[in-house]
Each structure stands twice: as C-alpha cells, then as structure tokens.
Design a protein around this ligand. Structure first.
Ligand code: AMP
Length: 468
C-alpha cells in the first residue's frame, strides 16, 4: 500500500495530511503527486470526490515551499501558483484545501471570485500572495485594475476544465493563459476529455502525462439507482411524499432551471419540508448560507441546478433526487456521484415523466445499468400517457410505498420478464431502454401477470417489480 510518505512529501505536509485524517492517498493522488513534484505537466481525468484537489495542492505547496519567506514586503510574495476554478464554491473549497494542507508552510493563499465587492480582494492581493485561486472573470477584472501581476506564475492549474467549457469561460481562460510565461508548469483537471478540452490542453501543456481514475459512480457501485415513473404535474407531490416516507434528512434535489429550483424550494417549504435553492442567480452570500444550512442540517433539502452543484463538497449524501432528468447523461453521473461517497451507500432517485424516456435511455446506456422502475401507488404516470396504471395502482406494486428500501441498480445483463415484451407495446413510453434476455427473473415467474399489469410492464419496459 502506498503511503503519503512514499510519495516523497515533506514532513510539514505529512503532518497536515494526518490532521485531516487521511490515512492513504487516493488513486489520483498516488498517480499525480510524484509527477507534479517532478515538474511534469499533467492532464488529470478525475471528478470531484476523487481527492483531485489534494492531488495538485500538496505537490504545489511542496514545490513552492523551499522559497517561502516570512518577509512582510508584498514584493517578496509574488503570485507563484494560479488555480482557475469555474465556480465560486469550487474556488472557495480549493483555497480552503490549500490552507488546510499548507498549514505548516509559510505561503500566503487567497481566493477571488465575482459577485462580491472587489475592494477587499484588491487589498489582499496588494499585500502579496503566493497561491491565488480564482474564477476567470474576476481574475481578469483584477488584471485590468492592475491589482495582480501574473508574470511570476510558476504553476498554473485549470480545474474542472470541462465545466469551464460548459460555462463559456474558455475565452477568458485563454486570455489569462496569454499573460503567463511559457516556462510554467501546467496542470489540467477535467472529468471528461472532449476535443475542445484536448485542444486547450495542447495550447498550454508541454508533453503532459495523462492520469485517469475510474469514474467514481460507474465503478464504485456504491450508488443505487431508482426510477419512479410519474406524471409531470405530480412530481412535486411525489417528492414530498418520498421525503416524508423515506424520512430523508438530507437530500440534494436537481432541477433543470434556476426558476424551477426557486419554485420547487418555495413549494417544498409550503408543504412543510425545509428547503433552500442554490443556483447562479443567487448572491454569493445566499449560496454560502444555503450550503451552510444544508451542511448543518438546518435545511434538509437543497434544490440545485447542475452548474451550482458542481464542485460542492458535501460528504456522504444519502439521497440525490433528479426532479428532472438532466439533458446530458454526464450530468446524471455528476449528480448521482454526490451520493454514495466514502464507502457509504447512497440512492439516486429519478422522477421520470413520459417526455423524459429518451433521456433515461441515454443515461442507462452510459452508466451501463438498467435502472429499476417502481411506481409509487397513487403517484403513477398520467393515465393519458399510460392507460391502466392510475386505475389499479395497488396491483402495480403490492409493497407499501412507505417502506424504505435501497434498490441496487440492475446490471444490463439482467433478464426481464416475458410480460415486459409484448410484440408491440401499446405506447412507446418507457418501453425503449430494455433489451430483455431469455429467462424471466424469479419473482416474475410465480404467476402470469394480469392484463393491467401487462400494460404497465409494457409501458415501463419490463423492469417493474410485480407482486408474486
Ligand atoms: P476532491 O475530489 O478534491 O473534491 O475531494 C473530495 C473529498 O475527499 C474532500 O472532502 C477531501 O477532504 C477528501 N479527501 C481527499 N483526499 C483524501 C484522502 N487521501 N483520504 C480521505 N479523504 C480524502
């Protein structure tokens, strides 16, 4: 087993790591730390939750430490490491990590991001700082105000490059890169490597070493997935029902729009569920407050958009709920990666209406899991979309809706019941994702399904559990 000491880290860093309670490096740390210490450029394929922040923060601290000095003069504290992050929350967390790991190294660290007054940041920068964490737009503001000088940057990190791209920050990133000297060391971290990301890497990395760790949730299998088919207009009621019946103490709920997030948080509160919304329209103060309240348990449900949730460091969430499925399967992976961390099992629940069938199929293809469908009695899909379901909910599923349970995502090879495969489904809703195999699973063999159930099974693609 590799230890942090094996990676060649200084005693001052090992001490800080021990205080964080880390016993061994994560795979991305074990791979990236020696490379960064050796001065190599690195392209890291890793998402939040893999320990990627320490993978670059620790070796950066070590590389800068020999020349750290305690002089008060700002001139003796030029910016030597620059870390760009896409969101304020991520920037704050990265800076906090540098402070934690660099506790015993006399290097100054600060963070700058938009949405807050610029003056206090200017003062900090004028005092001199070696490690600067920033979001791109605000950093450029500082550049234009001449409150920061990037000519002495030795190490440059682009964190969550794919999200930078999604958020339209790449032109700003390129402007910033143009201000750096060519001799610097470059590190780029991204959960995915599209052609655009590769182009960006070509532009600022020199013979980078690619280090990749498996996608946490695809590989870890600590996340269980469950789909509740539901009529679109019943989603909110179903969500309230699930929160109460499963006694969810902490759930992160995703919506696709900012407006939707606000509205849902408001409606949940009206239904007696303490909820807060977090998205890009909120002020920095509001977002941090919502996050804090969620972390401390004052608020049980955090309703978020994908962009706002990205990079949030909330550990061991028991539940992630997709109020709406994301447009891209990758976002589903990011979302469900919020649960099932650090060895704990988590459940990713998706409330899926007829219009979302295609998206569900894409997600299942990507995560290579056939997600079990489960109709919650009284909250099934719309009768117009799925005739027969609403009329006989109790026959769709005998088990009580209040019974809490974790359902493991099913592997793609799992065979489906013959009842799930009528020659021609009455309606395409939910019928796409499955390629049923030969033998029916045991629980569906017990008796022939009734007519209504057959319809349900057809509509749900055959993965509904039937009373046996
Ligand atoms: P990150 O992927 O950088 O967002 O890190 C995710 C979480 O893992 C953070 O809460 C870190 O404090 C934690 N972490 C990082 N490295 C380790 C480690 N070696 N052992 C245990 N936890 C870690």
């Amino acid at each position: 087993m590799t230890t942090f000491a094996d990676l060649g880290l200084l005693p001052d860093l090992l001490k800080a790591i021990a205080e964080q309670g880390y016993s061994e490096p994560t795979p991305i740390q074990a791979q990236a730390i020696p490379l960064v210490l050796a001065g190599r450029d690195v392209m890291g394929g890793a998402q939040t939750g893999t320990g990627k922040t320490a993978a670059f923060a620790l070796p950066i601290l070590q590389r800068l430490a020999p020349h750290a000095n305690t002089s008060m003069s700002p001139a003796r504290h030029p910016v030597r490491a620059l870390i760009l992050a896409p969101t304020r929350e991520l920037a704050l967390q990265v800076e906090e990590s540098f402070r934690d790991y660099g506790k015993y190294v006399p290097l100054r660290t600060t963070v700058v991001f938009g949405g807050v007054p610029i003056e206090p940041q200017m003062r900090e920068l004028r005092n001199g700082v070696e490690i600067l964490v920033a979001t791109p737009g605000r950093l450029l503001d500082h550049v234009h105000q001449r409150t920061v000088n990037l000519s002495q940057v030795e190490i440059f990190v682009l964190d969550e490059a794919d999200r930078m791209l999604d958020m339209g920050f790449i032109p700003d990133v390129r402007r910033i890169m143009a201000l750096l000297t060519s001799g610097k060391q470059g590190l780029l971290f991204s959960a995915t490597f599209s052609d655009e990301i590769k182009k960006l890497a070509d532009a600022f990395l020199k013979s980078p070493v690619l280090v990749e760790v498996a996608r946490r949730n695809a590989a870890a299998e600590l996340v269980s997935h469950l789909v509740h088919p539901v009529a679109r207009e019943r989603k909110r009621d179903l969500l309230v029902h699930l929160i109460k019946s499963r006694e969810m103490k902490q759930a992160l709920v995703f919506t696709s729009t900012r407006l939707g997030a606000n509205r849902l948080a408001y409606q949940l509160n009206r239904s007696g569920v303490h909820a807060a919304a977090i998205h890009g329209d909120k002020t920095q103060g509001e977002r941090l407050q919502a996050l804090e309240e969620f972390k401390t348990g004052k608020v049980g449900v955090l309703v978020a958009t994908d962009v706002a949730a990205r990079g949030l460091d909330i550990e061991q969430l028991p539940y992630v709920v997709n109020f709406e499925l994301p447009n891209s399967p990758e976002d589903y992976v990011h979302r469900s990666g919020r649960t099932g961390r650090a060895g704990a099992t988590g459940l990713a629940i998706s409330l899926v209406c007829g219009e979302e069938t295609e998206r569900l199929a894409e997600i299942e293809k990507m995560i290579k899991v056939k997600i079990e469908r489960e109709i919650v009695p009284n909250y099934g899909p719309d009768v117009r979309e799925a005739p027969g379901i609403m009329g006989r909910p109790d026959r769709d599923r005998r088990r009580g809706a209040d019974e809490p349970r974790l359902t493991r995502g099913r592997r793609a090879e799992r065979p489906a019941a013959p009842a799930a495969r009528p020659a021609r489904p009455a309606d395409p809703i939910f019928s796409k994702p499955y390629e049923p195999g030969a033998a029916p699973p045991a629980e569906t063999r017990a008796r022939q399904p009734q007519k209504g159930e057959r319809q349900v099974a057809a509509l749900l693609g055959g993965f509904i559990r039937k009373p046996g």
